[in-house]
Design a protein. Structure first.
Length: 520
């Protein structure tokens, strides 16, 4: 099938204007002026002057996590502990689970406790997960059912407090054992329902950590994804970021050969590891203590030796790594581990640091020298804008330096980390070009010199993200590139920044196939 798209406002990555293009099967075979588009096409679609950009590629999210979050109680609107209690009191289930609370939005920055949750029930287990996903609170019944007492020893890579019911990082696994197992059909529905929402917003590719979402064996997620793609039910591009935090799991994955699986829209990609926590939860691992918690440097999930070993196993098997690191101490650990792997087995790689928030100019130079890329989330400014100075003090002036990374020539890919933040790419782009919060409009602009231009933001959401998928023919209007693109109702390159938030997708095309369309 050869389709001509004409009369568009197409800004290519080299800032050249084009009126139209031809898609043959799933490839752009011509990009340029209307007059040069061949007459011998099978069909012609009039773009009516609307702006066309490449399909947007979310470089790090939790695809399955979005679907799962839609099945539990949303606590993101809660402004008080009473509101949390009210929202959960209306739930009639054998186990009550909520997600989205944030103490920064609650009166007096209050952190919920098990005593609060016991007011809802002492007979039904209750778990509420902080918006970041790195902290949770459980009620007395949940703690009793998993056998935790005052004498239970702490586990490596996380913490729990018996008195308050607060769990962090790897200790979350203790309480998550209560969550019932989901069936493959449940999981398929979560993926399929989420895909519809992503396509409506112009997201045509996702790089996603889904192994860690549910308390099930990673092979079940592999099987579900293979079944969904091989039956052509899922059509969005997906590169799975394989979260395998134990040596035994990683070796098992390699021995089963999953990294060699190929489908035109599904790949099993980088090794994803969570190496620290979140800034909001004060579990990101810092070189110096938090400015508002001077006895706390955060939580390192791995020792240096453990991280070295996992990264080397992946590296030596030609698997790139994408490591969650928010704190500067964690970033230093990752740099050391990659250095060690390269000394033992030097190769071209596409290793990256996910989040890279507290990464000052010196660390940026180090990752540039090692060809390490970054997966960043400008939309984190939406929530962090009001806490960054209290958490970090003067260090805040040398953090979230995403534009500096980009200017240094580091591959800088944009993502949302949804459901931690909204997956709406236009909110993410707004935060990138304004350095402002959306939900807190009175917050100051944060390091204005770090703002991206709209053209740079689109580049980071397309070709830079595609780099980490090893898709060097994705994210541009160029002959030979994969035909993923979206039609917008606004000229995103010329409107005021505030109007970006209202940009609407009229058509989403993946692999030359129209997967979402509004009448225009």
């Amino acid at each position: 099938m050869k389709t001509a798209f004409i009369n568009g406002n197409i800004i290519t990555n080299n800032k050249q204007f084009a009126e139209g293009f031809i898609v043959e099967d799933n490839i752009f075979t011509y990009v340029g002026s209307n007059k040069n588009i061949l007459a011998s096409v099978d069909r012609t679609i009039d773009l009516k002057g609307y702006t066309i950009i490449p399909g947007l590629n979310d470089s790090h999210m939790h695809f399955l996590g979005i679907g799962y979050t839609n099945t539990i109680t949303d606590l993101s609107s809660a402004k008080s502990i009473d509101e949390i209690i009210e929202l959960l009191s209306n739930v009639n289930k054998d186990i009550i689970i909520g997600r989205g609370w944030n103490q920064e939005n609650i009166n007096n920055k209050y952190i919920p406790t098990k005593t609060d949750l016991d007011k809802i029930s002492t007979q039904i287990p209750i778990i509420i997960i902080r918006v970041c996903g790195h902290v949770a609170v459980a009620n007395s019944k949940a703690i009793e059912l998993v056998g935790i007492t005052k004498l239970t020893p702490q586990i490596e890579g996380g913490t729990f407090e018996f008195e308050t019911g607060l769990f962090t990082e790897d200790a979350l696994s203790l309480i998550y054992n209560l969550i019932p197992k989901h069936t493959k059909e449940d999981i398929k529905e979560m993926f399929l329902s989420t895909e519809k929402d992503l396509l409506k917003l112009g997201i045509t590719s996702v790089q996603s950590d889904d192994f860690s979402t549910l308390n099930i064996e990673y092979e079940i997620i592999v099987d579900v994804l293979k079944e969904l793609y091989e039956s052509n039910q899922l059509k969005i591009r997906l590169c799975e970021q394989v979260n395998l935090p134990q040596k035994e799991l990683l070796i098992d994955y390699i021995e089963k050969g999953y990294q060699h699986y190929k489908h035109n829209k599904l790949d099993f990609g980088v090794l994803k590891l969570l190496a620290d926590g979140s800034l909001g939860g004060r579990t990101a691992f810092l070189r110096e203590a938090y400015s508002d918690d001077t006895d706390n440097c955060g939580v390192p999930i791995f020792t240096q030796e453990q991280l070295d070993e996992l990264i080397y196993i992946a590296h030596s098997n030609s698997i790139d790594v994408g490591i969650h690191a928010i704190g500067d101490a964690t970033c230093e650990m990752i740099i050391k581990a990659i250095d060690k792997s390269q000394k033992l087995n030097e190769r071209n790689h596409r290793h990256g640091i996910i989040h890279a928030q507290i990464l000052d100019e010196t660390l940026i130079k180090k990752i540039k020298a090692r060809n390490i890329g970054v997966y960043v989330q400008p939309i984190f400014l939406n929530s962090d804008n009001n806490i960054v100075y209290s958490r970090l003090g003067e260090r805040a002036n040398h953090s979230y330096l995403f534009k500096t990374m980009y200017q240094e020539g580091i591959v800088t890919a944009f993502g949302s980390d949804s459901p931690v933040e909204d997956y709406n790419p236009f909110k993410n782009i707004y935060c990138a070009v304004t350095r402002k919060s959306i939900d807190g409009p009175n917050f100051d602009t944060y390091l204005e010199e770090q703002a991206f231009t709209i053209e740079e933001a689109i580049e980071c959401y397309t070709t830079h993200s595609a780099f980490f998928m090893n898709k060097d023919n994705l994210g541009k209007f160029e002959e030979g590139y994969l035909a993923d693109f979206i039609v917008l109702d606004k000229d995103i390159f010329s409107i005021k920044p505030k109007e970006i938030l209202n940009a609407k997708v009229l058509m989403t095309v993946v692999d030359g196939e129209i997967l979402y369309q509004e009448k225009f």
